[in-house]
Design a protein around this ligand. Structure first.
Ligand code: HEC
Length: 140
């Protein structure tokens, strides 16, 4: 009985590992981000992050990044090389503008999607939360 359990346990682990690998390669459904504890931002796109240094937003953004962005940009935003290392994105307004452009529109070149667009998938609240967290791991 003990042996059977061990075998079954091993199989489950293997399955988990296989699924993990498939996810790491990209066909992962976007994860919903719960931002109900943050001030609502409305319909219009803001030019600058309204949540900069907001501890709640930073906490939400850290999780949202790991669920939606880390598979390409790396856990903790430390890139493994397939996508830019976002720790080096400029802080402040310049970085905000570029961040919003990319996260809303993604990046397609020669018909190939380098980065999927997140407009219509993540709320503006979720996007700026991710940005608030990113600035906490910024490197010069
Ligand atoms: C499928 C992989 C993939 C996912 C998922 C992804 N990105 Fe990207 N991202 C890329 C690639 C590749 C580029 C470079 C695009 C280019 O140079 O045209 C990029 C570029 C960017 C840039 C611009 C960086 C620079 O230095 O110019 C930002 C900002 C960014 N991504 C943020 C995000 C955020 C935030 C998320 C999660 C919501 C995310 N990305 C999810 C692949 C991805």
């Amino acid at each position: 009985m003990k042996t059977l359990k061990t075998i079954l346990g091993g199989a489950a682990l293997l399955l988990a590992a296989a699924t993990g690998t498939a996810l790491a390669h990209g066909d992962m459904a976007p994860q919903p981000v719960d931002t109900k504890d943050l001030p609502k931002l409305g319909e219009a796109w803001l030019p600058e992050n309204p949540y900069r240094s907001n501890p709640k937003a930073i906490e939400i953004g850290a999780a949202a990044f790991n669920q939606n962005c880390a598979r390409c940009h790396g856990l903790g935003a430390v890139s493994g090389g397939i996508a830019p290392d976002l720790r080096y994105l400029p802080t402040g307004l310049d970085g905000d503008e570029w961040f919003l452009t990319r996260i809303r529109g993604g990046s397609t070149r020669d018909g190939r999607v380098y980065m999927p667009k997140f407009e219509g998938i993540l709320s503006q609240e979720a996007m700026w939360s991710i940005r608030a967290w990113l600035e906490t791991v910024h490197e010069e």
